[in-house]
Design a binder for this molecule. Structure first.
Ligand SMILES: Nc1ncnc2c1ncn2[C@@H]1O[C@H](COP(=O)(O)OP(=O)(O)OP(=O)(O)O)[C@@H](O)[C@H]1O
Length: 283
């Protein structure tokens, strides 16, 4: 389960679970990402932000192999995905779960059946046991037991997000990729969902790669933020670092009207204290 590579950061030596180098992606001759580098550290919640159309979802999909790279490499747990055999890629793929922007549940399957799909694909086992495991995931994300037998059309937006999250956790992944997890939720539903993500990270030790526009989510749960722009990661760091970064988009975003409501220094201090508690608990 150990990452094969580490990186020196201000927080010391940290295992890198996702390392992208020189990632270049384009469609129909139009470049979207160009020579982009990114690292994601074990156990962190990384928020990925940037203007609309800057390629945040494309980056997520490229890392998990759904978009073709024109150039560059992606290493997950130290394994270069291009050099991996099909069996190795499958094995790595089982270590991540994905919550897509629209939830992407199968509409003709119940929540239980949806959550059981990845288990059925990867681990042959009796149906009773599979359903039991799926029920545990449904409980883990805070859905009531009777949600298991409902179809997606019978669920609220927040329940669909939770059901999708349950499915992404079906194989007990080490990494979860979240694409706009709180989009479309009311502020209370979004805050509850944020709390759930943070809780799961803390209890399961997940690494979270989260694309979001939601300033509350960024403030509430991320440890670090990467800003996409000019087809690259323009900058990454804590709120305070980003607040001081001299670029029109980051200035507008992190020093704009909405950002004035947040006490960034207090939040940085709280995040550092929480990280140090987690490190102490693991030791
Ligand atoms: N499969 C595809 N084929 C062609 N163009 C695509 C494809 N996927 C994404 N794009 C284009 O790539 C660009 C980046 O899209 P992406 O969805 O990653 O943006 P984003 O940063 O996530 O934006 P938003 O915040 O609005 O969701 C867009 O111009 C989009 O139209």
């Amino acid at each position: 389960m150990e990452a094969a590579t580490t990186a020196k950061t201000d927080a010391g030596e940290r295992p890198v679970v996702i390392r992208g180098r020189g990632i270049t992606v384009g469609f129909g001759g139009k470049p979207i990402l160009e020579d982009l580098d990114i690292d994601v550290y074990r156990g962190e919640i990384l928020g990925v932000v940037g203007g609309s159309g800057t390629g945040k979802s494309v980056l997520l999909r490229t890392i998990i192999g759904l978009n073709r790279r024109i150039a560059g490499t992606v290493e997950i747990f130290g394994q270069d995905l291009d050099a991996a055999t099909d069996a190795e890629r499958n094995r790595i793929g089982r270590r991540w779960g994905v919550l897509f922007q629209q939830g992407a549940l199968f509409s003709s399957l119940t929540v239980l059946q949806n959550v059981a799909v990845p288990i059925r694909e990867h681990f042959p086992m009796p149906e009773d046991l599979r359903n039991e495991l799926a029920r545990l995931k449904i409980e883990l994300v805070g859905l009531p037991p009777d949600a298991a037998d409902k179809f997606p059309s019978e669920l609220s937006g927040g329940m669909i997000k939770r059901a999708s999250l349950a499915r992404s956790l079906a194989l007990d992944p080490d990494i979860v990729f979240l694409d706009e997890p709180t989009a479309g939720l009311d502020p209370i539903g979004a805050a509850d969902f944020d709390a759930l993500i943070r809780n799961l990270r803390d209890t399961l030790g997940l690494t979270v790669f989260m694309v979001t526009h939601d300033l509350d989510s960024l403030v509430g749960i991320t440890d670090r933020i990467a800003v996409l722009g000019n087809r690259k990661v323009l900058v990454d760091g804590t709120f305070r670092e980003l607040k001081n970064f001299d670029h029109p988009w980051t200035q507008a975003y992190f020093n704009g009207e909405r950002a004035q409501h947040y006490d960034f220094e207090a939040m940085d201090a709280a995040a550092a204290a929480a990280a140090s508690t987690r490190t102490t608990e693991k030791a």
